[in-house]
Design a protein around this ligand. Sequence first.
Ligand code: GAR
Length: 210
Amino acid sequence: MARIVVLISGSGSNMQAIVEACEAGRIDGHVVAVISNKAGVRGLDIAAEAGIATEVLSHKDYPTREAYDAELQKLIDNYRPDLVVLAGFMRILTADFATHYHGRMLNIHPSLLPKYTGINTHQRALDAGDTEHGVSVHFVTEELDAGPVILQARVPVFEGDTAQDLQQRVQTQEHGIYPLVVSWFCSGRLKLTDAGVELDGELLGPAGYA
Ligand code: GAR
């Protein structure tokens, strides 16, 4: 059974969806720790209530990004994870950190990558007049939100939508696709190779599994 460490910064709804999928046997793995860079966030309570070890490592206690990521790496590796899952972990990662977990760290990003890397993705989709928006799960590489896409989900943008409407519509999709991708990884079906992302030995295209 795969050992999963989840990193969060906030409400932890994606982490919760993954924990529930593990408990239901839909993922051949278990979440061994939830680590947050912010104290007092709801996701930590959810994890603790589920009996999962929780840790807070505040970035404010470290002088540089490098120092923080080095300590975070140590903390994560104490749990000997097979997979590290970024679930609303709102930090830019150093190259060393990303390289250390190459091929075994996933992220979920609320846009149809390569569109709208970074923040405020829902508002930016509205401002651009997009009729379609969505979410991507990808392997993490050194460049922000640029790792190879594994799976995307699309949602329509309706006349009069606010950024909050879009966020809610996208999050509903997130809770479906993130546990699915984690289950693929934990069952050994998903791999990052030199050629790209492979699912069941088949190379996926730039938009991932479609
Ligand atoms: C999710 O919507 C996720 O896509 C987004 O943060 C939210 C976390 O929600 N991630 C990013 O913006 C990463 N750049 P959650 O804490 O309820 O899972």
